[in-house]
Structure formats: structure tokens, C-alpha cells
Design a protein around this ligand. Structure first.
Ligand code: AP5
Ligand code: MG
Ligand code: ZN
Length: 216
């Protein structure tokens, strides 16, 4: 069973690798960012609350995120494994996660840490495009969809995320450094961290990850 966490700065390739990993291992992809964007699109109360944080590149408060993930992980499709993408993002979130996994006899198999230098992340993010329907990830230059504006996987509309502007990306990178980067040490001390060079090609990063997971 694989209970995985994807860790890395905005634009590191978490969503991109998640698409490949869930296909290979048949586990659900739980992206808190995707959950918030879906709620914003639906116009739910959660969406209205979350929108102001996402638009500013700030983290949604821990209490809100933790409740959502706890509920999601209790569903049957997570019993045989899961892939968390973008959660946990703070030490309190990591502690909350173990507080609901441990009593159930569940544990994290590995934390996949994708490293990329900050100077290339802005170009990745400002050129990124995403499917509004299935959240598949594209890039204007390096990963174009086959038919312009149409998702290869589901035919959905491709759009640019509201937080992928240069200004908001800068803020998101600051937030990552201040609030999320400490998780590298936290999970390393628990012996769970596997670190990968996220500047290699998408296929090569995937290959490195699956090789490391199979050696676990
Ligand atoms: P979230 O949606 O999680 O965004 P993020 O962490 O900022 O990460 P991204 O999705 O931007 O990057 P990614 O690593 O997935 O990169 P991708 O694969 O797309 O969170 C958004 C917001 O939601 C947060 O700011 C916060 O407000 C809120 N939120 C979410 N979770 C939260 C939590 N736990 N607590 C509180 N708030 C939370 O790739 C990027 C681009 O690079 C693509 O164009 C791709 O094609 C390209 N690319 C990928 N890999 C490669 C490669 N190897 N080589 C070249 N290009 C590549
Ligand atoms: Mg993502
Ligand atoms: Zn799609």
C-alpha cells in the first residue's frame, strides 16, 4: 500500500507527477488546491471563504484544510492508498495528519520532495495552463495541449489559474519558504523523505520517483 505525500514549491511539478503516479498506482489524487478551486467554481461557502486566500497567494487557515483532508481520507477509496498533493503545508497540518492516521493504524509510506531552483519557477507558473474540468496540467511552451484550448484527457476548457500572475507567484514562493519548507526537515527526521531533482524532464523525474518507491 502506498500512502504518499508530494512536497515542493509552487511549480515544482507536484500536479504533473501526480497525474502519472495515480495512473500507475491506481490511488486517489488528493490535491487541496484542486479542492479549493472546485469549491470556488461551484460558488460554495467554502469556495467563497477560500477564494480570498488563493487570490492573494496565502495559505487557507489550518482548521479549514485539516477538516477537509480528514474527511476525504476517511472515504473508502483511500483505504488502499492515497496521494496527497499540497497537503500538509505547515507543521501543524503535518501533526494533524498523523493524529488522524496513527490511531487508525495507518502511516505515511514516503514523502516525495521535488526540488527546483526558485529562478525557474516563475516561468513555469506564468506559462502554465490547467484544465477547468479535470485539473490536468499544461504549459504554453513546454507541454502544449494537442488542440488549442481543449484538454487532451477530457475535452475540458483550458484556462490560466488566477494565482499564476508574476506578483502572486512571488508571494506564494515567500509563503512556501516561510511555512512549508520546514516540513523538509520534519519529514527527514522521521526517515520518510525522498528528494528528487525536479529540473530534470517530466519523464525522468517520474522514473526517479517510481524507482525509489519500488526500492522502499
Ligand atoms: P496548489 O494548487 O497546491 O498550488 P501550489 O502548491 O502553489 O503548487 P502548484 O499547483 O502551483 O505547482 P505544482 O507543483 O503542482 O506544479 P505543476 O505540476 O502544475 O495551492 C494553491 C493555493 O491553494 C495555495 O496558494 C493556498 O492558497 C491553497 N492551499 C492549497 N493547499 C493548501 C494547504 N494544505 N493549506 C493551506 N492552503 C492551501 O507544474 C507547473 C508547471 O511546470 C506546468 O506548466 C508544468 O507543465 C511544468 N512542469 C512540471 N514539471 C516540469 C518539468 N520536470 N520540467 C519542465 N516543466 C515542468
Ligand atoms: Mg499543483
Ligand atoms: Zn481535462
Amino acid at each position: 500500500m502506498l500512502n504518499l505525500i508530494l512536497l515542493g514549491p509552487p511549480g515544482a511539478g507536484k500536479g504533473t507527477q501526480a497525474e502519472l503516479l495515480i495512473e500507475k498506482y491506481k490511488i486517489p489524487h488528493i490535491s487541496t488546491g484542486d479542492i479549493f478551486r472546485a469549491a470556488i467554481k461551484e460558488g460554495t461557502k467554502l469556495g467563497q471563504e477560500a477564494k480570498r486566500y488563493l487570490d492573494e497567494g496565502k495559505l487557507v487557515p489550518d482548521e479549514i484544510v485539516v477538516g477537509i483532508v480528514k474527511e476525504r481520507l476517511s472515504l473508502d477509496d483511500c483505504k488502499a492508498g492515497f496521494l496527497l498533493d499540497g497537503f500538509p503545508r505547515t507543521i501543524p497540518q503535518a501533526e494533524a495528519l498523523s493524529s488522524f492516521l496513527d490511531p487508525a493504524g495507518r502511516s505515511i509510506t514516503a514523502v516525495i520532495n521535488i526540488e527546483v531552483n526558485f529562478d525557474i519557477l516563475t516561468a513555469r507558473l506564468t506559462g502554465r495552463r490547467v484544465c477547468r474540468n479535470c485539473a490536468a496540467v499544461y504549459h504554453l511552451v513546454t507541454k502544449k495541449e494537442k488542440v488549442a484550448g481543449v484538454c487532451d484527457h477530457c475535452g475540458g476548457e483550458i484556462y490560466q489559474r488566477a494565482d499564476d500572475t508574476e506578483e502572486t507567484v512571488k508571494k506564494r514562493l515567500e509563503v512556501y519558504q516561510a511555512q512549508t519548507e520546514p516540513l523538509i526537515k520534519y519529514y527527514s527526521e522521521k526517515g520518510l523523505l525522498l528528494t528528487f531533482d525536479g529540473e530534470a524532464s517530466i519523464a525522468s523525474v517520474f522514473e526517479q520517483i517510481t524507482t525509489a518507491l519500488e526500492a522502499k
